[in-house]
Design a protein around this ligand. Structure first.
Ligand code: NAG
Ligand code: NAG
Length: 371
């Protein structure tokens, strides 16, 4: 090519770029940009509940939460980072900010809508948390802002490339066992209750899909009855350390139905892709064999009672006395409900690049790479 033709080429390129900007009224986004939107409960909440009127049961914005990584309590229910923090890192994104943290959303990297204590059903901890439906209404606000910034088509393309991470449901079930001692009434309709929860999750997925969402990441539900906060509910007469079987059976049913619904959505909705991490299996495996994964203890680092399962970490709730371990990294659980940063990192690695029987049919790495 001659120098003249190079110059002409350059001018033509510049002109077409300028024309496209004038026509669309905005700069084109980098084509590779993949945002991360996060929905759900305390497994994912990076501090939204710091900004709502609630009780300390649904907040972790006090010491010793955050002691390992951030060195201050961010509102995350752990000593350090949560799985979405690691996923953001693996995807080369910055930490995704909580929606309520500022009105100027860094929406080109994504937004975190999750709220500790939240369930799928609005009745779960009603008035004290941001339920899934309200989280979706915040997402709709972000979508409107994106449309202003990128235009209707640009926003839809942007949202179709993004990944949507969802962890929700545990609270809809734990609330039954922790606030209602007459569990048998509930068991008569366990199947219907699970169907209602799954039905509502499905509705939310469909609404995100309508806005352009195509790539979804899920954590199914962990073995609810076997986490320290539930084990302490088992009557002492039954052997210490045994699981609350009714709770575990219920989440198993939930997980089975979730898998089924995701398969149905995949065949029904054009372009719908998902990564479902079998958190039930990965957490059960670590509870049963902590030392295999580098943990000294499956008991919590911070709390009260035999397994430190009572949720008193930080002394800001009803019970003021609590024990705190020296090295959270030796523990699977930080408090009676939540994993340590070290455990979260292990789970994140499985979510990111696990084989299809661990995280499938896609893993998150494949979802992020998918055009
Ligand atoms: C927060 O909740 C408490 C107790 O329900 C109530 O007394 C208070 O007025 C609320 N504050 C705000 C700002 O809504
Ligand atoms: C969603 O949950 C509500 C109760 O919170 C229930 O009335 C409704 O039927 C559920 N929707 C679906 C689709 O299951």
């Amino acid at each position: 090519m001659t120098r003249l033709s190079l110059v002409i080429c350059f001018v033509v390129l510049c002109l077409s770029l300028v024309i496209s900007i004038i026509r669309r009224g905005h700069l084109p986004l980098p084509t590779k940009h993949v945002a991360l939107f996060i929905f759900g409960d305390s497994h994912f909440d990076a501090g939204n509940n710091n900004y709502i009127n609630t009780t300390t049961y649904y907040q972790a914005n006090f010491w010793p939460f955050g002691k390992t990584f951030f060195n201050y309590p961010t509102g995350r229910f752990s000593d350090g980072r949560l799985t979405p923090d690691f996923i953001a890192e693996y995807a080369k994104l910055p930490l995704i900010s909580p929606y309520l943290q500022s009105s100027n959303h860094q929406s080109t990297s994504g937004v975190n809508f999750a709220s500790a204590g939240a369930g799928v059903l609005s009745e779960t901890h009603q008035g004290l948390v941001i339920d899934l439906r309200t989280q979706l209404s915040y997402f709709n606000i972000v979508e409107k802002q994106l449309k202003q910034k990128l235009g209707d088509e640009g926003a839809k393309t942007f949202l179709s490339k993004a990944v949507y991470l969802i962890s929700v449901g545990s609270n809809d079930y734990s609330v039954i066992f922790t606030t209602n001692p007459i569990v048998h009434q509930f068991f008569n309709s366990r199947k219907e209750y699970v169907e209602t929860v799954i039905g509502n999750v499905t509705t939310i997925i469909r609404e995100i899909y309508k806005k352009g969402g195509r790539k979804f990441g899920f954590l199914n539900l962990g073995p609810l009855g076997c986490i320290p906060s539930m084990k302490v509910l088992v009557p002492e007469a039954e052997s210490i350390g045994s699981c609350l079987e009714e709770a575990t059976e219920t989440v198993k049913l939930h997980n089975k139905k979730l898998s089924k619904v995701l398969l149905e959505l995949e065949s029904e909705l054009q372009g719908f892709r998902y990564a479902n991490h079998d958190f039930y299996a990965s957490l059960t495996e670590r509870i049963n064999n902590p030392s295999k994964y580098g943990f000294k203890e499956a008991m919590a680092c911070c709390g009260t009672g035999s397994l430190r399962g009572i949720l008193s970490c930080g002394g800001k709730r009803a019970i003021k006395e609590y024990q705190l371990c020296d090295n959270p990294g030796e523990h699977l659980f930080f408090d009676g409900d939540h994993l340590t940063e070290r455990a979260n990192k292990q789970i994140s690695e499985l979510m990111w690049s696990g084989a299809p029987d661990v995280t499938g049919p896609y893993n998150l790495k494949k979802l992020f790479e998918h055009k």
